[in-house]
Structure formats: C-alpha cells, structure tokens
Write a protein that binds this ligand. Structure first.
Ligand code: SF4
Ligand code: SF4
Length: 489
C-alpha cells in the first residue's frame, strides 16, 4: 500500500505557490530516467551492443587503459610522467616538477585547461565523456564486459536478479563481485600511485602494516570507493556527481556536434510491416524510425535519444550502433542517429565558426601565450629569504650588528646546483652557517641559516633594506630583498 502523501497536481501547485511543482511524468525533462515515481533507483540493464563505433571505442579504450595503468611507471629524466602529490605539495607533469613557488604557473595552466575544455565542448559536446573519460572507459569497457561474460546480456541479468537464490546464482554473484572488488583494488592503487608515486606504494605493500597505517587506510578507502562506483553507482556518477556533465547545458548550443536523432528523417515513427517498402511509409507520412526501441535498450543511462539532447547522455555512441544495425536489417541508409548538430539536422547547415567560439579562441590564445612565457622565463632556482623566527639582532665585540636569516633554495633542475649568495647592498658580510656554501641536490629544497653582519655606519635607524644576489656558476639567477633590523637612533 502506498503510504506516501499524495503529490499535488500541477493546477493545485500553480494556485498554491508554497507547494513544490508536481512532476509531470509524461515529460521526460521533468524527471530522470533512473528513478521511479517514489524516487527509488531504477536499475539499468543496457543490452550488449555491436557496431563500428563500439569497435573503435574498444581499440581506443585499450590504448587509454595502457596509458592509465602504465603511467605511474613511466619516467622522464628520472621523474614520473604525472604525480599529484597534494600532501607534500609536489606536482610533476610530463617529468617537470612544479613546486609551491610555481603555483601561479599551475593556476594559469589550469585556466588554459578549463578554456580548452569549454572550446572543445562547444564544438564537440561530450565527446570526452563517451570516448576518453576513465569512468566510461572502465565502466563500459571493463566492468560491463565482465558482467556480460558472467551474467549474460540484459534479459539474462534481469531474470537472474528476479530469480530466487540458488547455488548457481550465488556463485555468479560472488564471482562477479569478487572480480569487481579485485579490479577496484587495482584501480584504487593506480590512483594512489599517481598521488604518492609507485615506489612509495610498493613500500606500503611490502613493509610492515604498522608503518603505513595512513597509506593502507587510503588504499582501502579508494578500493571501496571504486567498487561502490562500478558495482552500484554507475551512471549516477555522470548524472549527479560529475561537474563536467552538469555544465553541458551552458556549453552546448545548436551548432555543437552531438549524438543526435534525425527527427526530420525518423518521424513520424511507427513499426514497419513485413516487406513494407520505405517509399510506401513515406507516402503515408511515416519516417524511417521503426519504433524498435533498440536505441533505448542499449543506452547505459536509460534515456531515449529520440527525445532530443538530454543531460544524462554521455555520448557513448551505443545508440548509433544499435540504430545502424536496425537500418542495415531493414535496408535503409545508416545515420538516423548520428553525430550531428541541431542546425545540421534541421537546416542541413555545416559546422559554423560562431562568434562565441571565436571569443573563446582569443581567450585561449592569450592564456596560451602567457603560459608559454611563464614556462620559458621560469628560473632553474627559486630562493626565498626570511628572518630566522624568534631571533633578535646582536651586537658583535667589534661593534658590528648581525641578523640571522633562513634562506630556502629550490633546485628545479635534474642536476646538482652549487648556489652562492652575495650581499649586494649595503656593504657587509654574509656567511652560510655550518657548511659555508650551498649545494642543492636535483629537484630538492635546501634550507640554510645565513648570518649577515653590517657596520653601524651602513645601517639606518630601525630597518635597513638588504639586497642579496643568488648566483650559480657566476651567473645571477635571482635577487632577494629583505630588511636588516638594528637599534633605533
Ligand atoms: S533504434 Fe533507430 S529505428 Fe529503432 S527506435 Fe531507435 S531510432 Fe527508431
Ligand atoms: S543516448 Fe545514446 S549516446 Fe547518449 S548515453 Fe544513451 S546510448 Fe549513449
């Protein structure tokens, strides 16, 4: 018995503004395809698909999977291909190490990336989602295929889930979820190795667990997270969580190329009679869509592409293949569902370079030049100077005053770098405490205590501006400025 309070109808809702608008279940834009009227999840059983796009996507996904799983082991000049070590604030992209001091470069790179995404999406829609997104690749090309191999195609899966628990069903479910969890563990570890590096990961796996409790915790959390996503959450991740998917509606326009149903050719849809000719159908006002629903049956997000552009569509091309197969069977040309823009379908217009696109390209070009310049001018060494915390100025027996500083030097190159500090203004002495000189190991940070002494004659009352030159092999790399604290007159 339904104990839910009755939903207000649209008329009632219009009269009473305090009531949320009732859902119009006949309008596909009023609700999502994966929830029923009580808000419960409707499990999607997409049918297996075959066709040229599926074949191309399969080959492409093998390439992407090889890159994704092999990436942590690839090094360039001894550095990883990609490392996003957030805890240590160390980032490596294509073998280039970026330090916290490079954050401004990172921020501009992020802007270039975002504008690039906007341009790409404006032209090609969610091509990324369907072909290259790790979620789609793993879900459709790995986990879904394992599910088909163990439980069969959609009708068998439906029947299995509805059937009572038997030894056979228990075995299949345990096998499937065991493999799913094992794979999720691998995926979680790959993600972890992009954060901490595969060597650290290896240590976590091989050393006593007590030494790596945090690492093991993340390993377990990532494994459970991916198992949850691929075993249960599935298409909901694209519909509800992914910010890229949520922004589609503001990025696409009538010139964007999308997986689209050609309604001018397909409508009015209706079943085809045995041996009915298409010319006969056209004469009676019918279109090429034979209402077989195969495009809906294969859709992993459960939508009907014939309703038009929808937020849930990840542009996976499964409906193109399904419909092409139907067209082949009934002797009609392929492409009733195809990559096309709305203007391409309705007005037969080719892709246009719109003013909006031109604007994005200009912004992209400017940001690209700025980023290029920043990378070109990025120095090999980054030094900072700070007065040593808690230290006071001292007067020496010879009457000179001294201040203690901490100089941090980051070596961004992959070679050892000798660094010399020279006090350039005013005249005085500068001594690196301890070693007397600075040599920074490749890709490392060196922290040094530096004592500066000034003659009282060169000092101003209170604070005296200091200029320190940072040199390597006689070449000036940077100028540091700080203040020398002394007595007030
Ligand atoms: S697969 Fe093609 S013919 Fe069949 S319902 Fe979908 S659009 Fe129509
Ligand atoms: S509508 Fe077509 S392209 Fe979009 S998600 Fe469904 S099957 Fe994939």
């Amino acid at each position: 018995m339904n104990t839910d309070p009755p939903l207000p109808d649209k008329k009632g809702a219009a009269e009473d503004k305090s009531v949320a608008q009732a859902v119009d279940w006949s309008d596909f834009r009023d609700h999502i395809a994966t929830a029923d009227k009580s808000g419960r999840r409707k499990w999607i059983y997409p049918r297996q698909v075959n066709g040229r796009f599926f074949r191309w996507r399969t080959w492409f996904s093998w390439l992407l999977l090889a890159i994704m799983f092999g990436g942590p082991f690839v090094t360039i000049n001894g550095n990883p291909l990609l490392l996003l070590n957030i805890p240590e604030r160390k980032f490596v992209v294509l073998g280039q190490i970026f330090w916290p001091q490079d954050m401004i470069i990172f921020a501009v790179a992020l802007l270039v990336f975002l504008v690039g995404i906007i341009i790409f999406t404006t032209v090609f829609g969610r091509l990324w989602c369907g072909w290259a997104c790790p979620q789609t690749v793993m879900m459709e090309m790995v986990f879904r295929k394992i599910e088909y191999a163990i439980e069969g195609d959609a009708p068998s899966q439906r029947a299995l889930n509805a059937a009572p628990w038997t030894v056979g069903k228990t075995f299949k479910k345990l096998l499937k979820h065991g493999i799913f969890f094992g794979l999720s563990f691998v995926v979680g570890n790959v993600l972890l190795s992009y954060i901490i590096g595969w060597r650290e990961l290896y240590q976590i796996v091989t050393e006593p667990p007590a030494k790596h409790l945090a690492g093991l915790g993340f390993m377990a959390a990532f494994s459970l997270l991916f198992y949850g996503i691929f075993a249960r959450f599935r298409e909901q991740a694209c519909t509800f969580i992914c910010p890229y998917g949520r922004h589609q509606s503001v990025l696409v326009d009538e010139n964007t190329i999308l997986v689209a149903y050609d309604h001018t050719r397909g409508e009015k849809r209706g079943p085809i009679r045995h041996e009915q000719k298409f010319t006969e159908r056209w004469q009676t006002g019918q279109g090429d869509c034979v209402a077989c629903n195969m495009c809906v049956a294969v859709c992993p997000t459960g939508i009907d592409i014939r309703n038009g552009v929808q937020m849930e569509c990840v542009q996976c091309t499964a409906c193109i293949d399904a419909c092409d197969n139907v067209m082949d069977k009934i002797g009609a040309p392929r492409g009733l569902i195809r990559y096309a823009s709305l203007n391409g379908i309705e007005r037969r217009e080719p892709l246009r370079f719109t003013p909006r696109l031109a604007g994005y390209c200009v912004v992209m070009a400017v940001l690209g030049v700025v980023l290029g310049l920043m990378l070109f001018l990025r120095s090999d060494v980054e030094a900072t100077v700070l007065r040593a915390p808690g230290s006071m100025f001292q007067q020496m027996p010879d009457g000179h005053f001294s201040n203690l500083y901490t100089v941090r030097v980051v070596n961004k190159t992959s070679r050892e770098m000798p660094v010399e500090l020279r006090l350039e203004n005013p005249a005085g002495s500068l001594n690196v405490m301890g070693t007397g000189s600075i040599v920074v190991a490749p890709q490392k940070l060196s922290e040094n205590s530096v004592l500066i002494e000034l003659d009282p004659a060169a000092m101003k009352s209170g604070a005296t501006p200091l200029v320190i030159g940072v040199y390597s092999s006689g070449k000036k790399l940077q100028t540091l400025k700080t203040a020398f604290i002394g007595p007030r007159n």
